[in-house]
Design a protein around this ligand. Structure first.
Ligand SMILES: Nc1ncnc2c1ncn2[C@@H]1O[C@H](COP(=O)(O)OP(=O)(O)O)[C@@H](O)[C@H]1O
Ligand SMILES: [Mg+2]
Length: 262
């Protein structure tokens, strides 16, 4: 499990995260949602050790700041909001870097690289230069890389973790669903998934728990139906939103309420 308490982050002269508490459980997809600038990426970066913070963090019961980089790399993979590569790698090379970071070598790493590319619908892209791909294709390559790094969702040292910062923002609807299913399957296999999301309807379909952020603090956290409420959402997002429920999937639908013309 991930348990963070009383997290504070200051960047420059700005307090970006304030008194923040966060929990995520293995076997679940935990979604982080909230307006632009509310601190979602900063929270991911604090949880993954990329930036310093004040407060307490335990992942699988241990303080990750004490781990060696290679042990940390085998415990959790991170898909950043955007990734720039300055070397002319092929798709295969980028994904294989993940397998190697996860401690896999030789034939096993090669097989895993191919399997991961198939899972993000990029078979046949192995030899393509990464820099020539579209934004959405690059995002799926990066996801394949991260998947290879923490391939077994439930390892001998405990559950592994996927941190995904807006994994579907650049994707068409078909690939959005594919990537969300992949994330959910990882959780069902015993891993933990923490994903920053903008699409509240996709979030309603795939998340087990939601953490709603507002100006560096948690506005609401809990099961989907408890957080996706029109009063809370309308206030935090600053626009009128309605939540409809149905007996069949999707069980919850968040829709904007258009103002009647004057
Ligand atoms: N290096 C930095 N220096 C100062 N402010 C920053 C820095 N990085 C991010 N911020 C600010 O912190 C806030 C939260 O940013 P971020 O976590 O990226 O938001 P989100 O991912 O929710 O859109 C924003 O107001 C952003 O401008
Ligand atoms: Mg962000």
């Amino acid at each position: 499990m991930i348990e963070a308490t009383d997290i504070h982050v200051t960047l420059g002269s700005r307090r970006v995260l304030n008194r923040l508490a966060f929990q995520a459980h293995p076997g679940q997809l935990t979604a982080i949602v909230g307006p632009n600038g509310s601190g979602k990426t900063t929270l991911i970066r604090a949880l993954t050790g990329e930036i310093g913070f004040a407060g307490e963090l335990r992942i699988n019961g241990i303080d990750p700041s004490g781990l060696k980089p290679w042990d940390l790399a085998r415990m959790r993979g991170v898909l950043a909001q955007s990734t720039q590569l300055s070397f002319p790698f092929t798709v295969f090379e980028v994904v294989r870097l993940g397998a190697e970071a996860g401690g896999y070598v030789g034939q096993a790493a090669t097989a895993m690289t191919r399997a991961a590319l198939a899972r993000v619908d990029l078979e046949g892209y192995e030899g393509r230069p990464y820099q020539e791909l579209s934004g959405g294709e690059q995002q799926r390559v990066q996801l394949a890389r991260v998947l290879c790094q923490v391939w077994q969702a439930d390892g001998p040292e405990g559950p592994r973790w996927l941190f995904l910062d807006e994994p579907v923002s650049a994707l068409d609807i078909g690939h959005q669903l594919q990537v969300m299913r992949l994330a959910r399957d990882y959780a069902r296999q015993g891993g933990g998934v923490v994903a920053v999301m903008h699409d509240l309807n996709l979030t309603a379909m795939f998340a087990d728990r939601i953490v709603l952020m507002e100006a560096g603090e948690v506005a609401a956290a809990g099961p989907v139906a408890q957080v996706l409420r029109p009063d809370i959402l309308s206030r935090v997002y600053g626009c009128r939103l309605s939540v409809m429920s149905a007996a069949t999937e999707p069980k919850l639908l968040v829709v904007p309420v258009t103002e009647a013309p004057a």
